[in-house]
Design a protein around this ligand. Structure first.
Ligand code: NAD
Ligand code: WQD
Length: 366
């Protein structure tokens, strides 16, 4: 019997698909809602290929509250939500802010309303390290702890910090309302998970980040250089105050990140903490040059790059202090940067066109 049932919004996306897999492997039932804006339904097949279990899938937009209501009506056993669905391109968010607020903020409100109507009281939310903005403005806050002041520097980040506030206010209101009615209210809980830089793919090479469209992030771009879709990597600045002049980030393997969702959900169910924010990162910073070296080792040859000027909005250092998640959730990352690079390369070699092609034959034959 399933240990619980989880609605995963954005569950065919990169991090959502790995979390759906981790949930199924831990005997949760999974219902995915995604409008396929940035993903493919083929992901559902790949999840089943890996774990032998198939999540339910609904092509529903999170801003369609009636559509969400129908999913909850169809699955009255859903007792938890993990909410990934969002638009996530920082640059684009400055060009079409209203669309980012509509999908990310209004979509989250629709989801919370639909959850409330159906008495679903646990939510795990995909927040981001981007809510901290430039934490280097507080010299004693690197690596970044959860109590670092929030101060996003871009529209995308402001949609994430806004949703954190919306969830916090809603959960607190629901707890208070329950108390007024003589109930404990402790069933209402939320985890705000602030991810650092997700990286890697499934070691089987059948599931990873869909490389269609123009990537924005470092590792998908490096993968395109390695596969010959891009001539070289442009390194955005080598004049930062780091060991080699390039900017520092905390790259976390997507399998470790997915497990973080599982333990956060279990923590909500067991400890009823109300609203809690946790950083999900390794605590180890790597520079852009470190990443080029590590991925070159995985690929087996040096990858070409050219140093250009800094990218607007970039900051020197975004490294997590993951102590709270380590101690409270008893979670810590187990996989290394080398694992992430190896797995990303395996995925890229096997799926140069992403999910628009059949899974690797040798995997299907097993
Ligand atoms: P992704 O784009 O791969 O996944 C997001 C999914 O949401 C996609 O499958 C997309 O089709 C779906 N979606 C978008 N709009 C929707 C809508 N209106 N209705 C229903 N579904 C919709 O992105 P990801 O990297 O897996 O990110 C997942 C979450 O994690 C997002 O909330 C993102 O903001 C957050 N996050 C990502 C990163 C990162 O670097 N990848 C870092 C921190 C936080
Ligand atoms: C990493 C480093 C770049 C591309 C972004 C979002 C953040 C979160 C994760 C969602 C930086 C450098 C990159 C390139 C480069 N997403 N770089 N050449 O900017 O840390 O975070 O994704 O929540 O909100 O802002 O990730 O992968 O884009 O960049 O030199 O072609 O690689 O300057 O130092 P970032 P990234």
């Amino acid at each position: 019997m399933a240990v619980g049932s989880v609605l995963v919004t954005g569950g065919t996306g990169y991090i959502g698909s790995f979390t759906a897999l981790a949930l199924l492997e831990a005997d949760y039932k999974v219902v995915i809602v995604d409008n396929l804006y940035n993903s493919s339904e083929e992901v559902v097949n790949r999840i089943e290929l890996i774990c032998g279990k198939r999540p339910a899938f609904y092509n529903v937009d999170i801003t369609d509250e009636a559509g969400l209501d129908k999913v909850f009506d169809d699955h009255p056993d859903i007792d938890n939500v993990i909410h990934f669905a969002a638009l996530k391109a920082v640059g684009e968010s400055a060009e079409i802010p209203l669309e980012y607020y509509r999908v990310n903020v209004y979509g989250s409100i629709c989801l919370l309303r639909s959850m409330t109507k159906h008495n679903v009281t646990n939510i795990v939310f995909s927040s981001s390290a981007t809510v901290y903005g430039d934490a280097t403005r507080f010299p004693n806050m690197i690596p970044i702890p959860e109590h670092c002041p929030i101060g996003p520097t871009n529209t995308y980040g402001r949609t994430k910090s806004t949703v954190e506030l919306v969830i916090t206010d809603h959960i607190e209101a629901q707890r208070n309302n329950a108390k007024k009615q003589g109930q404990s209210g402790e069933l209402w809980n939320a985890a705000l998970l602030r991810y650092f830089n997700p990286a890697g793919a499934h070691p089987s090479g059948v599931m990873g980040e869909n490389p269609l469209g123009v990537p924005y992030n470092l590792l998908p771009l490096l993968a395109q250089v390695a596969i010959g879709k891009r001539e070289k990597l442009l390194v955005f600045g080598d004049d930062y105050e780091s060991k080699d002049g390039t900017a520092i980030r905390d790259y976390i393997h997507v399998l470790d990140l997915a497990k973080g969702h599982l333990v956060a959900l279990n923590y909500l169910r067991e400890h009823h903490p109300g609203v809690r924010a946790w950083n999900l990162g390794t605590g180890k910073g790597s520079t852009v040059f470190d990443m080029i070296k590590a991925f070159s080792v995985a690929v087996g040859r040096e990858l070409p790059y050219q140093v250009v000027g800094r990218r607007t909005g970039d900051v020197l250092d975004l490294t997590a202090n993951p102590t709270l998640a380590n101690t409270e959730l008893k979670w810590k990352t187990e996989l290394t940067l080398e694992d992430a690079c190896r797995d990303l390369w395996e995925w890229t070699k096997n799926n140069p066109e992403g999910y628009n092609q059949s899974p690797p034959k040798e995997f299907v034959d097993e």
